[in-house]
Design a protein around this ligand. Structure first.
Ligand SMILES: NC(=O)C1=CN([C@@H]2O[C@H](COP(=O)(O)OP(=O)(O)OC[C@H]3O[C@@H](n4cnc5c(N)ncnc54)[C@H](OP(=O)(O)O)[C@@H]3O)[C@@H](O)[C@H]2O)C=CC1
Ligand SMILES: CC(=O)N[C@@H](CCC(=O)OP(=O)(O)O)C(=O)O
Length: 345
């Protein structure tokens, strides 16, 4: 029997991408779809690309409307998930695309999000060591932020294998859909087109504590992360350039040694590809796919390991990661409903 799946926040970018993936998932039947200001409108109005669900009407986002499903995806603004999730049955699989349950440290949550910490759920990045064991059978999952997905995949192997020092530097460009659909002046076409702009510079971005958490867990010691996000004039995609100083003891610290580590870590991962030497990740080549593309290099002069990663922020960075987590939690084949190939040109 098909799994009945509800999507809250279905009128938004993340919700729309979850629906796009679920419509080709063989084990899923799409149940209730909810929204906020667009409640009462159809999905066709909210998402002109959602042809197969065009006549479905968006309902109000209430626990009552979301109950009676096997799986509920929450694609809501930060802070909206906790109270709703508390009202859903404990045996319903609830997958939160927001930040509410990602952080373990309540003080970091308060500092970056300015509200009371709701708690911590299993972290939905299956590629992390031990993550699949924690996700299998879980009924609550916190999907990572889009930048943390790109950056954590790029750097955790270097930390688990003690290749680098506990200080990472990350500069990452994101397409504008990363900011969601709400109208904001700095996201107007005339402001964004033909320009790139940094924001949250100097440790101010709320993904800094999430990156610190992930890399520190991988390293087994506190890792500082200097993170600079940049808004890029494209609808989708993240390109993250991540680096850290090689540990003095790293045998030779050669590119071959580093590459061998990355290739071994990701050898059996369906959604992470370490590119062959000479090829570089691009956002265009992951468009619409659940694949993360990585390339590693060593800068011998600076004694730094550099890993560049590209993901589609809405697919592997949110909705695809969320569907991957659903598959793992329910013991389904992990690739179901998830494209590994992108759309090009
Ligand atoms: N965009 C991205 O790349 C990523 C997003 N995420 C996370 O996913 C979540 C959704 O993001 P995204 O789709 O981009 O955001 P959008 O702004 O595009 O969509 C937000 C959705 O939430 C609904 N909503 C707004 N306010 C409320 C409210 N008070 N109560 C209930 N529902 C509400 C909106 O409904 P309506 O439109 O009808 O008002 C809409 O369906 C966020 O937590 C975001 O951080 C995570 C990783 C990446
Ligand atoms: C371009 C852009 O604005 N991107 C968003 C990140 C989106 C995302 O992954 O994040 P959350 O789920 O944590 O909100 C930002 O920098 O705030």
């Amino acid at each position: 029997m098909a799994l009945r799946v509800a999507v809250a926040g279905a009128s938004g970018y993340a919700g729309g991408e979850i629906l796009r993936l679920l419509t080709s998932h063989p084990e899923v039947e799409i149940g209730t779809v909810t929204a906020h200001s667009s409640a009462g409108r159809t999905l066709g109005e909210a998402h002109p690309q959602a042809h197969s669900l065009a006549d479905r009407v968006l309902e109000e986002t209430t626990a009552e409307n979301l109950s009676g499903h096997d799986v509920v995806f929450l694609a809501l603004p930060h802070g909206q998930s906790a109270s709703l999730a508390a009202e859903l049955a404990p045996d319903t699989l609830v997958i939160d695309c927001g930040a509410d349950f990602r952080l373990r440290d309540p003080a970091a949550w308060r500092r970056f999000y300015g509200s009371a910490h709701a708690g911590t759920w299993p972290y939905g990045l299956p590629e992390l060591p031990g993550a699949r064991d924690e996700l299998e059978g879980a009924t609550r999952i916190a999907v990572p932020g889009c930048f943390p997905t790109a950056v954590t995949l790029a750097l955790f192997p270097a930390y688990t294998h003690r290749l680098v020092e506990p200080e990472a530097v990350v500069v990452a460009a994101s397409g504008t859909s990363g900011a969601g659909r709400a109208l904001r002046p700095h996201l107007l076409g005339a402001e964004v087109m033909g320009s790139m702009t940094p924001y949250g510079v100097g440790g101010g971005h709320r993904h800094t504590p999430e990156l610190t958490q992930n890399l520190s867990l991988a390293a087994g010691e506190h890792v500082t992360v200097s993170f600079t996000p940049t808004l890029a004039p494209m609808p989708r995609g993240i390109l993250a350039t991540c680096s850290a100083r090689l540990r003095p003891g790293t045998a030779g610290g050669s590119e071959e040694e580093v590459r061998a580590v990355y290739e071994a870590v990701y050898a059996d991962e369906p959604f992470v590809q370490v590119l062959p030497p000479g090829r570089w990740p691009s956002t265009a080549s992951v468009l619409g796919s659940n694949t993360a593309l990585l390339q590693v290099a060593v800068d011998p002069g600076a004694r730094r390991l550099i890993c560049v990663s590209a993901i589609d922020n809405l697919t592997k960075g949110t909705a695809g990661g969320a569907v991957q987590c659903m598959n793992v939690a329910l013991g389904l084949p992990e690739r179901l409903g998830l494209p590994t190939d992108g759309v090009a040109p």
